[in-house]
Design a protein around this ligand. Structure first.
Ligand code: GLU
Length: 464
């Protein structure tokens, strides 16, 4: 059996971190078993689906390196396929036409609410006689299609993450709508659960890997597989990503879409590395790995049942590890857009040697790409503006003398290299009879306007 898995985002928003993490697990599983990873765009919700979201999703998956083997398939182009299956379900008696009006459904819901009951359809049109149907049609009612869900059914599956999962038919809300009412003749718009099942059958999906928020859908979908008389695939429900406080991650938590992370200066390999760890751990407890390495080790027995709390410190740490390991020549082109956006003047070609030196200097201190702006501001501006702490340093006792003496010594130095710079500091320290720390602090404050920063000698040489 060839493993075939899919990611099936709805283009109703930008690529969300939760969807991207589900895509990571699907990708890893497919690659572990030499299978196929397929992309399907679930755009049946015409009002909320937008082409720009589809583009954002495709771009985001590509940027993350989650390349797909087949697709993207678009549900909106497959409506006939769904309608055929709806007809099959009507023909074999597992679905029926329901003429209950919105007003009748509202009244039913109000009654259930008043009785403190969960909302559910009461299956009232399951067994209409031809005469009753004809009467509803004559009234001008247009039917939805409902799929029968028996209350006494118990749906059980062996989940790859959650082991045995059981769901009761009574908890599924009564017979479910699988197609909306048609405007004219024929069948109306097929609905989510039906379309997913028909697609997963058609695309020969062997393992459905998705977030645990889909568990109730899985119970309904298993019944649809049975209704269509086909084999049920395996299911793996992955834990949700939680906010740092342990609640479901939502838009209110700020950054949730992949392009936000990209703009903030996270590197794609670092972000996928972190996402993999949100719910999975490597058998060797390694925390830094490429997707390919993780794929070699990936399986669901090391995926947690509990939700993974989003941990910014860990993400930043992982990102910094990737940044620090990156050669300056690779890092430089990633920094340039941030410098340009900050308004720093630079000529990427003419200044290349100097920019590479600057990149080497600051690379080791970066946590995110966007951090390159503040840390290198002094290097792009002619004069340093002293911040409060730096002002304290240059006005402290002895600082003025140290700086004057450094300037004098510098004038007598024909060419300033790393060795000469070290020598100058040593010489002034001795001459002034002060601690080396005072010389270093005064020099950094005067040069850069800051009290912290990258290697002082290298900074001095770059600024000289
Ligand atoms: N379109 C669904 C979503 O974006 C995914 C459905 C599925 O994976 O079965 O949540």
């Amino acid at each position: 059996m060839t493993v075939r898995v899919r990611i099936a985002p709805s283009p109703t928003g930008n690529l969300h971190i939760g969807t991207a993490r589900t895509a990571v697990f699907n990708w890893l599983f497919a690659h572990h078993y030499g299978g196929k990873f397929i992309l399907r765009i679930e755009d049946t919700d015409v009002e909320r689906s937008k082409p720009e979201y589809t583009q954002n999703i495709l771009d985001g998956l590509k940027w993350l390196g989650l390349n797909w083997d087949e697709g993207p398939l678009f549900q909106s182009q497959r409506l006939d396929l769904y309608r055929q299956s709806i007809q099959t379900l009507l023909d074999n008696g597992s679905a029926y036409r329901c003429y209950t009006s919105t007003a009748e459904l509202d009244a039913l819901r109000a009654l259930q609410e008043a009785n403190h009951q969960a909302p559910r359809y009461d299956n009232r049109h399951r067994n209409l006689t031809p005469a009753q149907e004809a009467a509803f049609i004559a009234e001008g009612r247009r039917p939805v299609i409902r799929f029968k869900i028996e209350d006494d059914r118990e749906i059980t599956w062996l989940d790859l993450v959650r082991d045995h999962v059981t769901w009761k038919g009574t908890d599924l809300g009564g017979d479910m709508v699988i197609a909306r009412a048609a405007d004219g003749e024929g069948l109306g718009q097929p609905l989510y659960n039906l379309a997913v099942v028909v697609d997963d059958i058609d695309m020969q999906i062997t393992h459905v890997i998705r977030g645990e928020d889909h568990i109730a859908n899985t119970a309904k979908q298993i019944l649809l597989y049975e209704g269509l008389g086909v084999k049920v695939p395996e299911f793996a429900h992955t834990p949700l990503i939680l906010s740092p406080e342990g609640k479901k991650l939502s838009k209110r938590d700020g950054v949730t879409s992949i392009d936000d992370f990209q703009q903030m200066g996270y590197l794609a390999p670092a972000l996928v590395n972190y996402m993999t760890l949100l719910g999975w751990s490597a058998p060797d407890t390694q925390e830094l790995f490429t997707l390919d390495v993780a794929a070699g080790q990936f399986d669901f027995d090391r995926v947690n049942k509990a939700g993974g709390k989003f941990d910014w410190d860990k993400l930043n740490w992982i990102n910094s590890q990737y940044l620090h390991a990156m050669p300056a020549a690779e890092l430089l082109p990633q920094l340039i857009p941030y410098w340009q956006a900050a308004g720093f003047e630079l000529d990427a070609d003419a200044d290349r040697a100097w920019l590479l030196q600057l990149t080497s200097l600051i690379g080791a201190s970066l946590e995110r790409l966007d951090g390159c702006v503040e840390i290198s501001r002094t290097f792009f501006t002619a004069t340093a503006t002293l911040n409060e702490e730096a002002t304290v340093k240059v006005t402290q006792l002895g600082a003025k003398e140290v700086l004057t003496s450094l300037l004098t010594a510098l004038k007598a130095t024909p060419e300033l290299g790393a060795i000469e710079a070290q020598e100058l500091i040593k010489q002034v320290t001795k001459e002034q009879g002060v601690k080396k720390g005072l010389v270093m602090q005064s020099l950094r404050a005067a040069l850069t306007g800051e009290v912290h920063g990258p290697d002082l000698i290298q900074s001095w040489l770059l600024l000289h």
